[in-house]
Design a protein around this ligand. Structure first.
Ligand code: NOJ
Ligand code: NOJ
Length: 476
């Protein structure tokens, strides 16, 4: 028998399509076992966060009040420091519960304000607070500067911290405590005397400059950093207006708009390239997904939200490069284990082979849950040229120009599909989480066992965030 060339081509295409599947077969419906694990792990992760906060956290005894250790690990690797970014990402989790009425968390936020105030005014290798020192990425747990070599400055941290403290300020104003806000958080007369104001000034005056990315390796311009900076400036402008600092509000808004104008240049037609100004990376990076989440929050600022075509395509690109990279991804009963970016060599201690990260796998889930929530809120899904391939996972006939209204079978298939796809990443996380709920930074690409810094605070925070989005309560 003779087979034509096109027959082989057809087989090849069929095989490619199957192996490129990004949603595991089993993830088409809800799973009660996963549901209950996610709920119990949420509380373990939350406790894991509190344990890493000074001065009373079980793993942070003697650490400054309001300082969070990135991990209790003091050697191989030494993460016994407070990173501005990790702390802000984590305080955002506490803030969420506080805004929902958990008042026991308020004292942590006041401590955080005090610690931030001190760090901002501590001279360090990035400078003092007039000359860029606010971009210093990490400090000792007693608040003294870290003077060893490091990728500095990193200008995402002050922006995320401002976003957390702006929400805290708005809450305090609503409760009538404007006096505290004006003295400690936002002083229109002395720009450097209040924590939020100092962070906003740093962001507004420095966003155009090269700085190190959130992974602390690339000195350039980054999508993630721009996204969180833009958000801080938008929210900061609103707070400035509220407190009668309208000149500053105008200035922050103009800088937020200038950042927004540059964001589209990161899109390369297929995915968002995380960096600008370097040529040694493919640009596929979980940082982009973090940018969509932390640059938008629950409210959403209209650009590169998790539901956007560009972000969903960037997620798919990341999944497609991570899937063949790690041997553990041969297990297709659960979702793809996701690392930071494909060229990564940081193994959690030194440089060899990088592994998948809890943060990046949880963030992939988070994007899908948030996309689903947005569709449900919008009551409709619009198919475009860009997204039709993505939505064909669940509606094989999806074609640009169509729109599926809530209640239609297509709408149901897509919203349920997004949930299940997100859950596939949580099932992956479940597989590599320790029985006692511990989460380190990474898990081994070949064996699946945990690697790198133990009990990593940010791993817990990213899980708690994904769980909130899964429940339809997108974090602040
Ligand atoms: C430590 C940084 O925190 C990490 O992001 C980086 O990949 C490694 N240093 C590189 O060795
Ligand atoms: C390395 C990560 O790349 C960086 O983002 C993080 O801030 C530090 N570890 C501390 O967790």
């Amino acid at each position: 028998m003779q087979f034509s060339k096109s027959f082989f081509l057809a087989i090849q295409i069929a095989v490619t399509v199957v192996s490129a599947r990004t949603v595991p077969e089993g993830f088409t419906k809800r799973d009660a076992v996963l549901d209950s694990w996610v709920t119990s792990q949420r509380s373990v992760a939350f406790d894991g966060i509190l344990a890493n906060i000074g001065p009373n956290g079980a793993n942070a005894k003697g650490v400054n009040a309001g300082a969070i250790v990135a991990s209790p690990s003091k050697s191989n690797p030494d993460y016994w420091y407070q990173w501005t970014r990790d702390s802000a990402m984590t305080f955002k989790v506490l803030l969420n519960d506080y805004l929902k009425g958990n008042n026991t968390l308020e004292s942590y936020l006041y401590d955080y304000v005090n610690e931030s105030y001190k760090l901002q005014r501590t001279n360090n290798p990035s400078g003092n607070y007039y000359t860029g020192g606010i971009g210093e990425p990490k400090f000792h747990v007693d608040g003294t500067p870290y003077t060893g070599g490091w990728g500095r400055p990193q200008n995402d941290g002050p922006a995320i911290r401002a976003t957390v403290l702006i929400a805290f300020a708005n809450k305090l104003i609503a409760k009538g405590d404007t006096a505290y806000v004006k003295s400690k958080l936002y002083d229109s007369k002395l720009p450097t005397e209040a924590v939020i104001k100092a962070d906003l000034e740093h962001v507004a005056n420095n966003w155009q400059k090269n700085n190190f990315d959130l992974w602390e390796e690339v000195n350039a311009i980054h999508f993630f950093t721009f996204m969180v900076q833009r958000r801080a400036l938008i929210e900061g402008a609103d707070l400035a207006d509220k407190l009668g600092d309208s000149g500053a509000a105008t200035w922050y808004r103009s800088q937020a708009n200038a950042i927004a104008a540059r964001l589209p240049s990161f899109w390369n037609g297929a995915f968002i390239n995380e960096h600008q100004g370097i040529n040694y990376r493919s640009g596929t990076d979980c940082a982009t997904l973090l940018g969509a989440i932390h640059g938008n929050g629950a409210k959403g600022y209209g650009l590169y939200e998790p539901v956007s075509d560009e972000i969903l395509l960037s997620l798919e690109k990341l999944v497609s490069v991570m899937k063949p990279l790690y041997a553990i991804n041969k297990n297709t009963a659960v979702g793809t284990a996701i690392g930071r970016y494909p060229e990564d060599v940081y193994d959690g201690v030194g440089e060899s082979k990088a592994h998948p990260w809890f943060i990046c796998t949880a963030t992939s889930a988070d994007i899908l849950f948030q996309a689903r929530n947005k569709h449900i809120a919008n009551k409709k899904i619009t198919i475009t040229n860009l997204n039709q391939g993505f939505y064909r996972k669940w509606v094989s006939s999806a074609t640009s120009g169509q729109s599926f209204a809530a209640g239609s079978s297509q709408f149901e298939a897509i919203t349920e599909g997004l949930k299940a796809y997100g859950d596939s990443f949580l099932a992956r996380i479940k597989l590599h989480t320790a029985n006692n709920g511990d989460m380190s930074e990474q898990f081994n690409r070949d064996t699946g066992f945990q690697e790198g810094a133990k009990k990593l605070t940010w791993s817990y925070a990213s899980f708690v965030g994904a769980k909130a989005s899964r429940d339809g309560n997108v974090p602040y």
